[in-house]
Design a protein around this ligand. Structure first.
Ligand SMILES: [Zn+2]
Length: 116
């Protein structure tokens, strides 16, 4: 998956988080800066895996694209679920892993299932 696709999907996720908070969580009256930062957090999360493991070849997907690390990110998202910036970052990161799964090379995450 290319960087622009990751960024677009992450922006959409960040925007969805902003809207969900505005609609369902009246504790959060988000100003422009907060909304902007949530979307940026999500986009940053979405490009980070490929910043940590540069996509020079199809085999670049190692630890930071792995099931273990994805679970750690998911756990972090739940642990800080009262912080929309952390949730947005983790959602963006996980969206990267999910989108990479849709590519030809897949991820370590599903290799065990696919290898059959
Ligand atoms: Zn990637």
């Amino acid at each position: 998956m290319n960087k622009d696709a990751h960024l677009m999907i992450a922006a959409l996720i960040g925007y969805s988080i902003v809207e969900v908070l505005n609609i369902f969580w009246s504790n959060y009256i988000l100003g422009f800066n907060a909304r902007f930062l949530i979307i940026i957090s999500s986009m940053f999360g979405a490009i980070l895996p490929d910043k940590l493991e540069k996509p020079k070849s199809w085999s670049h997907r190692k630890f930071f694209h792995s099931k273990t690390w994805g679970a750690a990110v998911l756990f972090t998202g739940f642990a800080f679920s009262n912080n929309p910036y952390v949730v947005a970052f983790c959602s963006g990161y996980l969206s990267h892993l999910l989108l990479d799964y849709t590519t030809r090379k897949k991820l370590n995450l599903f290799k065990a299932i696919i290898k059959k």
